[in-house]
Design a protein around this ligand. Structure first.
Ligand code: ATP
Ligand code: ATP
Ligand code: MG
Ligand code: MG
Ligand code: MG
Ligand code: MG
Ligand code: MG
Length: 293
């Protein structure tokens, strides 16, 4: 229907391309998961099957979108970081957010059976909304990721204490509280108070809780350090650094089309890993410098 009299309506569409040279985070979040987790009998505070399913979906999304350099997830949310040079969909915000959130939603539903065998997934099926946020500097992107990981820690400490109080503990003669009572009792408490409640009343050393709950999950492509690789193959080698590629008037030299294609194929072959590690301190970023290269 090209050049029809109706075509002018196209002009009503926004051109929503995101500003260049900014890191793009697509954050997706499960719709109504407080209700959904109850309906599906997730164990509280933390259901291992549910988080494994979130991570499995995220791994597939990272594999499908080679512009994603790292992803961080906790609870019913995931943040996918796209490289500042990303040109996918001409950086159009709605295309990026919807393509990633729908890919994630589909993976979550299609892999449900593997993580919840025999438990039927009924309508309304779980879906995830998505939004794009821009971060103009690596430092601010790092702060964003730190913010999510700190949030994971704070929420998990609260939820662990809350659910222990609601369940009670017969061994230590700690009676079960109603959710309202537990909420009231925790009002105004600090982190150290919650550690103390867990230890005294529930004989639980919070520091020994699984890292997956305290730290959340980091998904990224694993490349080996050039020096440590005995038999270098194109797959396990990290990408060329900016310096190796050379610079043009202080700016990064753009990759040629063939180089870009090679880069994409190499990324597709790379191993995608899920780790429950600290991303607030510098260690992770120093060990994997090519992630934000
Ligand atoms: P919205 O649609 O606004 O996001 P929501 O109900 O999904 O509403 P969130 O703040 O996203 O609100 O909360 C997510 C909920 O999912 C939390 O209540 C949390 O308890 C639950 N949840 C997520 N993952 C797990 C898990 N692995 N185990 C148990 N519960 C979980
Ligand atoms: P993009 O990701 O940019 O949307 P695309 O390949 O999906 O790329 P569209 O312009 O959306 O491009 O084109 C949709 C394609 O799907 C067309 O090529 C059309 O032939 C095919 N298609 C859609 N519905 C049908 C159908 N019912 N039967 C046969 N082909 C179909
Ligand atoms: Mg920049
Ligand atoms: Mg949610
Ligand atoms: Mg959430
Ligand atoms: Mg199409
Ligand atoms: Mg179409």
């Amino acid at each position: 229907m090209a050049n029809s009299e109706f075509e002018y309506v196209r002009k009503f569409e926004d051109w929503d391309a995101l500003a260049p040279s900014n890191w793009i985070v697509v954050r997706i979040d499960g719709r109504g998961f407080s209700k959904f987790s109850k309906r599906q009998n997730f164990s509280k505070p933390n259901d291992r099957r549910a988080i494994d399913l979130m991570n499995a979906a995220a791994v597939e999304v990272v594999k499908q979108f080679t512009d994603i350099v790292v992803a961080y997830g906790q609870s019913d949310e995931y943040s996918f970081v796209l490289h500042e040079d990303c040109q996918l969909f001409e950086r159009r915000a709605a295309k990026l957010a919807t393509s990633i959130s729908t890919a994630f939603s589909v993976e979550y539903c299609m892999q449900w059976d593997k993580y919840f065998p025999g438990q039927i997934l009924e309508r309304p099926f779980p879906t995830f909304d998505g939004r794009c946020v821009l971060y103009p500097k690596k430092k601010i992107l790092r702060d964003y990721l730190s913010w999510r990981q700190a949030d994971c820690h704070v929420n998990n400490l609260y939820n662990t204490t809350f659910w222990n109080m609601v369940k009670g503990n017969p061994v230590t003669d700690t009676p079960a509280m109603t959710p309202t009572e537990a909420e009231l009792a925790l009002k105004g408490t600090f982190s150290k108070d919650k550690h103390e409640i867990l230890f005294q009343k529930f004989k639980l050393n919070y520091d020994k809780e699984d890292e997956i709950w305290k730290k959340g999950s980091v998904v990224y492509r694993k490349f080996e350090d050039k020096q440590s690789v005995k038999e270098p193959t194109s797959e396990n080698q990290p990408p060329q650094s900016r310096n190796e590629r050379g610079t043009e008037q202080g700016k990064k030299k753009p990759l040629s089309r063939t180089q870009m294609e090679k880069e994409r194929k190499r990324k597709q072959k790379a191993r995608v890993v899920v780790e429950h590690i600290d991303i607030i301190k510098d260690n992770f970023w120093q060990e994997n410098p090519w992630i934000l290269e």
